[in-house]
Structure formats: C-alpha cells, structure tokens
Ligand binder design. Structure first.
Ligand code: UT7
Length: 318
C-alpha cells in the first residue's frame, strides 16, 4: 500500500451578483455575441462591495469541510492559492484561518496566478507525503473584479470572482494525488501581469496580450498534462475527466483535442464563471462532482496556465 493525499471533500462559493455579458454593452464596445463566440463565457459572478477574498475563501472551505464530514479542528494546514489577497500581508491563508476559527497548525499563500491551484495542490501533497501534515485544506479564492480596467474591453469581460476548496488527507491506498508537473518561465512576464504593487504604490490593473497567452496555452497545456500522466504511469486512455483552468472554451477544446479526448470527458464551467484564476479548477471540480460527472475512483487530470508564465498539471484518482 502507498501513502497518498486523498480528496476527502470539496466545496465552492460564488458571490450572489451575476453579471451577464449584455451588461458590458452599455459601457464598452463589445457584444454578448463576441464574448460568447470568442471565449464561451456567458456570465460571471462579482463580489459585493466590502466582500473580501478571505470571506469567499472561508465560505468555500466550510462547504468542503462539510462535504468531508470534518471540522476545522481536524485540519493541520491551510494553503490558499490567490493573486488577489485583501492586503499585501498577512496572507489570505492566515486571514481565512482566523475566519474559520483555527488557532493551531499553519497557513500560507501560494501565488502562481491562474495556475495557483495546481501549485497549491502539489505543495499540499508534499506536506502530506513528508509527514508535515495529515489533513490539508487547499483553497483557491479570487476577487479579480478588483483588478479590472473597466475601459479595457480586451480583459474586463473575461474574469470573475469565486472560491473553491478541497480537503486532502493522508491515506494508504490507490486513490489520491498520483502525479504532478510544474513549470514556469519568467521571461514571459510581460504577456500577463498587474501594473501595480509595492514598486508603484498602487493596486494596478490586469494587462494581457491575449493572443500570445492563447498561443502558449494551446502549446503548453496538453504537454504538461501528458507529462503528469506519464509520471503517474497512465495514458490519455485512462482519463475519465479533464478539469481544465476555465479561461476560454477554445483553449479548453483545443487542449482536449490535442490529448485525443472528446469534450464529453471535459468539465466545462467557463460559461457560468468566466475566468476566476486560481479558483477556477476547484470551482470546476466542485461543480463537476455536484453534477454527477466526477465519481469515486475516476482519473481526473487538472491543468492550468497563467501569469508568470506559470503552468502545470496534477493527476488525481478521485
Ligand atoms: O487565465 C490566464 C490565461 N488567460 C487566457 O488563457 C486568455 C487567453 N487569450 C484569450 O482567451 C483570447 O486571446 C481573448 C479572448 C483574450 C481574445 O480573443 P482573440 O480571438 O485572440 O481575439 P483578438 O485578441 O485577436 O482580437 C480580435 C478582435 C480585435 O479587433 P481587431 O484588431 O481585429 O479590429 C479586438 O480589438 O476583437 C477585438 N476585441 C473585442 N471585440 C469585442 C477584443 N476584445 C473585444 C471585446 N468585444 N470584448
């Protein structure tokens, strides 16, 4: 028997406010038709004024704990993937730790933008396999609506807010995280970044060379998924579900096609959530499970790419 980090529960939270594509037509030169056909996005959720990343992350965490039948006292560590922490520091993770009433263990953030949840899951797996923690709460939570330049039609229509969380626990057996593949190349920093931070004294806005990011995504995502599958000793034929980062339906389908997998093996939520960065994979996993798509024993491949560029893939037997 092999010790593995096994998924014990999953949950998500989406803010109440739903913004359909048509709402952008009043303020920028765009159309519901353009957004749908170029991205697959139909609507997204935005946080209310005063609602924070820590709030929505903690809500997703509570849902995941309830799904696992566990309480916060059972958790040893919290890892949060986010690029939209409420403050520069403390970390979003320690804020959620406080919000959840956890006074023991440890919590920290991972920042790999849209690939953040892949990096966080891999870190959690490492903590479990090295004996540092037995149960880890892994949260992806984002409020990208706070980073938008509302005059920029090439980015403002793409992103949404939301949070997803997953509980991993050490268990002997066949299920759990089977393999991961992580990559980054900082020479691509200008393709996708926020033009603010401590160097400017401003929060800044998201800037993206969409076409270039698209090209890298199509080239790199199938490759990283294949590498992770290879490390797990599996092939595309063994895959029950691809759960991709939800940025653009055209990237999602091109990646599935490159992997030789039909779209009925892909969990797609981009139409309802837009791009929620590090929250997109746990949101899609949670929705995929709720829809009855992902079932115990299924081989699930997650893959994502984002600012950095940073990209990677994790293979899980659910
Ligand atoms: O999560 C991190 C990873 N991010 C991504 O994966 C995003 C990757 N990139 C993409 O998803 C796509 O490149 C976009 C959705 C951002 C853009 O789609 P595209 O098919 O690459 O369009 P484009 O940038 O080539 O633009 C085509 C045209 C341009 O007009 P011209 O120059 O041909 O006259 C744009 O100005 O569409 C125009 N355009 C828009 N028109 C209506 C750009 N944004 C909009 C808009 N509404 N919102």
């Amino acid at each position: 028997m092999t010790l593995r980090a096994v998924v014990k529960g999953i949950g998500h939270y989406l803010p109440d406010r739903v913004v359909p594509n048509a709402e952008f037509e009043a303020s920028i030169e765009t159309s519901d038709e353009w957004i749908r056909t170029r991205t697959g996005i139909e609507r997204r959720h935005f946080v209310a004024e005063g609602q924070t990343t820590a709030d929505i992350g903690a809500r997703a965490a509570r849902a995941a704990l309830a799904d696992a039948g566990l309480e916060i006292g059972d958790i040893d560590a919290i890892i949060v993937a986010t690029s939209t922490p409420d403050l520069t520091f403390p970390s979003a993770a320690t804020m959620m730790q406080a919000e959840l009433g956890m006074r023991h263990g440890f919590a920290f953030d991972v920042q790999a933008v849209c690939a953040g949840f892949i990096f966080a899951l891999t870190n959690a797996n490492g903590l479990i396999l090295s004996g540092q923690a037995k149960r880890v709460l892994v949260i992806g939570a984002e409020t990208f609506s706070r980073l938008m330049d509302w005059n920029d039609r090439t980015t403002s229509v793409l992103f949404g807010d939301g949070a997803g969380a997953l509980v991993l626990a050490a268990e002997e057996g066949e299920n759990g995280i089977l393999a991961a593949d992580l990559n980054s190349d900082g020479s691509f920093r200008d393709l996708l970044y926020v033009d603010g931070g401590t160097s400017t004294g401003t929060i800044g806005h998201l800037r993206m060379q969409g076409k270039e990011v698209f090209r890298h995504a199509v080239e790199k995502l199938a490759k990283t998924a294949h590498t992770a599958l290879d490390k797990a000793g599996l092939t595309a034929e063994d895959v029950d579900w691809i759960v991709p980062h939800q940025a653009n339906l055209r990237i999602i389908s091109a990646t599935a096609q490159k992997m030789g997998l039909p779209m009925d093996k892909v969990v797609v939520t981009v139409q309802d959530h837009g791009n929620t960065s590090a929250a997109s994979i746990p949101l899609a996993l949670s929705v995929g499970k709720a829809r009855g798509q992902i079932k115990p024993g299924d081989v699930v491949v997650t893959e994502a790419i984002g600012g950095g560029l940073a990209w990677g893939s994790v293979v899980i037997r659910w």
